[in-house]
Design a protein around this ligand. Structure first.
Ligand SMILES: Cc1cc2nc3c(=O)[nH]c(=O)nc-3n(C[C@H](O)[C@H](O)[C@H](O)COP(=O)(O)O)c2cc1C
Length: 296
């Protein structure tokens, strides 16, 4: 499209424009552990909702389950995206601390069936990427032959009711409007995301994050994704209001090359990088990371 900019480029530029202040006196090695949905994790870094990884690890019976094993070994929370009901239990069996993100299917029965499947498989939460309704030609999107549709407040509210005790996560929030509506509908968490640039010239997730965090006011967990390629990027996201972050394309190359082990290694390295920035900015734990440490 004419005069549009690549959202990933804008996001990268914004991230790199943020600088960090050093604070050493009284500092020490930090604790990066975090509790999400009553479960403890060693790191606030998790994978972003993935799908379509079949073939990236041809040896594995289920490439998705293989990746889940790598994420679990890093003590991280697993997020999984589009998959069918025969595959999700295999993923959850390798890593029960998995959130299932369901597509915004036109087929409502399929959505409710996938919510039930997530419950039965012992997922720790379920959710929907509401940003996948449209394609770039101004039509409803079709993914793997499945029609997608935008969702109303009432529909989201009904999914959340159907999930019952299972926390519901709304992915693809990029405005205070959608953040407010998500919380009002009963979402336990939101993911501030551009879905790797689904809307061109979109505001970077981290630029809108402080306003979203203020709007949410602690009523939902906030995850952020988009070009989270290092522990430094993660630190900036946490300082601007995220509770945890998701990494997607950056760990795919490690997965393709070295399977689960590659995923574990890179997540561990990123947590080490985060620990290093925290130590040099006087943050003893994740709660102490805040925007006063950033120079915008
Ligand atoms: C191969 C691949 C598959 C993805 N599948 C899904 C999906 O099924 N559901 C979803 O919500 N997001 C999906 N995403 C988007 C990611 O969850 C994430 O929002 C996006 O890639 C931005 O993070 P990044 O900049 O770290 O790549 C996928 C991304 C990739 C690269």
């Amino acid at each position: 499209m004419l005069n549009c900019r690549d959202t990933n480029e804008i996001t990268r530029e914004f991230l790199d424009s943020i600088l960090v202040e050093q604070r050493l006196i009284g500092s020490d090695l930090p604790d990066t552990s975090i509790e999400i949905f009553s479960k403890k994790f060693q790191t606030p870094i998790m994978n972003a909702a993935f799908s379509h990884v079949q073939g990236m690890q041809p040896e594995a019976e289920s490439a998705a389950a293989e990746m889940g094993a790598g994420i679990r070994a890093a003590g991280a929370l697993n997020l999984w995206g589009m998959c069918e009901d025969d595959e999700f239990p295999k993923i959850a069996a390798k890593d029960p601390d998995t959130i299932r993100i369901i597509k915004p299917y036109e087929n409502e029965d399929k959505i409710y069936a996938q919510i039930e499947c997530a419950k039965a498989a012992g997922a720790i939460a379920v959710g929907m990427d509401i940003d996948h309704a449209f394609n770039r030609n101004g039509e409803y999107d079709v993914v793997n032959g499945e029609e997608m549709r935008p969702k109303t407040f009432e529909q989201l509210h009904d999914y959340i009711e159907a999930a019952g005790d299972l926390p519901f996560v709304i992915k693809g929030v990029l405005s205070t409007f959608d953040a407010r509506e998500s919380v009002r509908a009963g979402a336990a968490a939101i993911i501030v995301s551009t879905h790797h640039g689904i809307l061109e010239s979109a505001v970077p997730p981290l630029e809108v994050l402080p306003d979203i965090a203020e709007e949410v006011g602690g009523e939902a967990v906030i995850f952020a994704d988009g070009c989270m390629d290092s522990g430094m990027d993660v630190f900036k996201a946490l300082a601007l209001g995220a509770d945890a972050v998701s990494v997607s394309r950056h760990i795919l190359q490690n997965f393709t090359r070295d399977g689960a082990e590659g995923v574990t290694r890179r997540l561990n390295e990123m947590t080490g990088e985060l620990r290093s920035v925290m130590a040099r900015t006087g943050c003893h734990n994740l709660r102490e990371i805040n925007s006063s440490l950033l120079w915008m």
